[in-house]
Design a protein around this ligand. Structure first.
Ligand code: GTP
Length: 519
């Protein structure tokens, strides 16, 4: 940050008068960028609130700029929803009195910020500053798309056009440690290497899912790219590091001499920028594109599951908002589900959203995508007039029965009944450790979500998670589709093994602190 005048607003990391602080969040597809941005926005609001900040003074606003490759910007939706649910407004004109700082999201989509929308990006930033009035915006958080090279974005933020208006603070790179194949992509992807090189802080995320040695491997790769001395790499789960570390990150002047000196950081950026050339990091080289799929009507969940299982290998990432049919009659007021796919793993969680549209939308990002074929495949998941027909699908029967028995006979689980879809089971981990006690609501929720991730990632089981009303954690609706009789033992073993891993990870107080985040 430049200049020595007092800060303009009371928000965390708030800017020197008239100069807006910027945090840049980068990282490969699905690494946890949006998760971090939401965390930062929440922290901002809470901190602002705790120092008695109002919003009618026109100060203290944090603005998130979200770049997504696809036509339909799921990340911006997620952030807006999250902002709303944490009491912030996604509309700059709407204020919430003294409830908290205003949060506004600006979408940049249908192109990548580092090339096709670069000009848009600078204009977008200028527009934000102009609309809000420079004094009104205290901080910007910019989330790049997963295949962006952050070097030109940093350059853009330092461009003469924006000089004197912005100050680039912390650049964070999220690294997904859960998937070896993602880590291996660092060898081939210039953009990914640049993301790590550009960062002030590398967050080694998804430690909960990391196989043995993967976090050390990721650290070594980051250090190789940047040298150990220059690498601040932190392990975390769901971006759970102290947000103030990022909003007031290393490199900011006047911070007790901590962190990387500004000169070093700028030199590092210059080196990275010199390494970057459009030819070296363009998306054509990475061959990554996106396909937005949309269908009218509700989807049959087991068919959607089959669609996921049959996706081509080139699909790296998927996300969307989907609406499922409920053949058992729970049809009214059913929430929309947010769907996330990273590598082989998928998560599907109920979200509170007004049902303005009747569409289900899925964005897939990857290599060699054939949009028409994918669109047809998604269309075939729509529940027809004759019903789902899932009762008759192959694979139902023995495997499913064995799975139900295994869950029912294991004291670690509480069976809650049947999900609204045939061929599934509703249950949750009890999260009790006998004489060690039981996990509180937050950790129990984390444990159940992690179990859902693990079951889908390693075993192709689609688990839909939903929150319980009284904050007592969440449950899993598992679709047992595809469980043939022969695989029964494997499913049972998988469930037992994954439950063991989740619970034994969470008994450790250090792991508990990591899950909760250190703020
Ligand atoms: N188990 C687990 N899941 C995580 C963690 N961090 C994020 N996720 C999940 O991973 C998925 C992707 O996270 P996002 O925050 O959307 O990732 P992103 O980098 O913004 O994704 P893109 O915008 O596609 O590049 C979501 O389902 C998150 O809930 C973590 O530490 N552990």
């Amino acid at each position: 940050m430049t200049g020595a005048e007092p800060s303009a607003g009371p928000g965390p990391g708030s800017s020197t008068r008239g100069i807006v602080g910027v945090t840049l969040v980068t990282g490969f597809l699905g690494s946890g960028k949006t998760t971090l941005v939401n965390r930062l926005l929440r922290h901002w609001r809470e901190t602002y609130q705790s120092v008695g900040g109002g919003v009618d003074d026109g100060k203290g606003q944090i603005v998130a700029i979200v770049n997504d490759l696809a036509e339909f910007n799921v990340d911006a939706n997620t952030i807006e929803r999250e902002s709303w649910s944490t009491g912030c407004s996604n509309n700059s004109k709407k204020t919430l009195g003294s409830q908290g700082a205003r949060v506004k999201t600006v979408r940049l989509q249908d192109g990548c910020v580092c090339c096709t929308v670069k000009d848009d990006f600078i204009s977008g930033v200028e527009a934000v500053l102009e609309q809000q009035g420079q004094e009104g915006t205290a901080h910007l958080v910019v989330e790049t798309s997963g295949v962006s090279d952050p070097a030109p974005v940093c350059q853009a933020l330092r461009s003469p056009r924006l000089k004197g208006k912005l100050s680039l603070g912390c650049v964070v790179c999220m690294v997904d440690c859960s998937d070896e194949s993602v880590l291996n992509r660092m060898e081939d992807s210039a953009a990914m290497r640049s993301q790590v090189r550009e960062a002030d802080i590398v967050l080694l995320n998804k430690c909960d899912l990391a196989p043995e040695g993967a976090v050390e491997d990721a650290t070594a790769r980051a250090e190789q790219l940047r040298s150990p001395r220059r690498t601040t790499a932190l392990r975390c789960v769901r971006a759970g590091v102290s947000p103030s570390l990022i909003l007031d990150g290393p490199g900011l002047e006047g911070k007790k001499g901590e962190g990387t000196p500004r000169g070093d950081r700028d030199r590092a950026r210059a080196e990275a920028a010199a390494l970057w050339s459009p030819a070296a990091s363009s998306h054509d080289n990475d061959g990554v594109s996106s396909a937005t799929l949309a269908v009218q009507g509700r989807l049959c969940l087991p068919r959607f599951h089959a669609f996921l299982l049959s996706l081509p290998r080139g699909v790296l990432r998927g996300k969307g908002l989907v609406r499922f049919c409920h053949p058992r009659g729970e049809g009214t007021g059913v929430p929309v589900h947010e769907f996330q796919l990273v590598g082989q793993r998928y998560e599907c969680g109920a979200v509170e959203l007004e049902e303005k549209e009747k569409e289900s939308r899925v964005v897939l990002i990857g290599e060699g995508l054939n949009r028409e074929e994918l669109q047809d495949a998604l269309r075939s998941c729509v529940c027809g007039e004759g019903g789902c027909g899932v009762e008759a699908r192959p694979g139902r029967g023995e495997g499913e029965k064995g799975f139900r028995n295994a869950v029912g006979g294991d004291a670690r689980f509480e069976v809650l009944g049947e999900p609204p879809w045939p061929g599934g089971l509703r249950f949750r981990l009890r999260c009790e450790y006998g004489s060690f006690g039981r996990l509180d609501g937050d950790l129990a929720r984390a444990a159940n979500r992690e179990l859902a991730c693990r079951l889908s990632g390693h075993w192709g089981l689609l688990c839909v998670t939903a929150e319980e009303e009284e904050g007592r954690g969440c449950w899993l609706d598992v679709d047992c589709g595809g469980m043939g009789g022969g695989g029964q033992g494997a499913w049972t073993n998988a469930l037992q093994r994954e439950a063991f891993v989740v619970l034994s990870n969470l008994i450790d107080p250090q792991a508990q602190a990591m899950y909760r985040g250190s703020d």
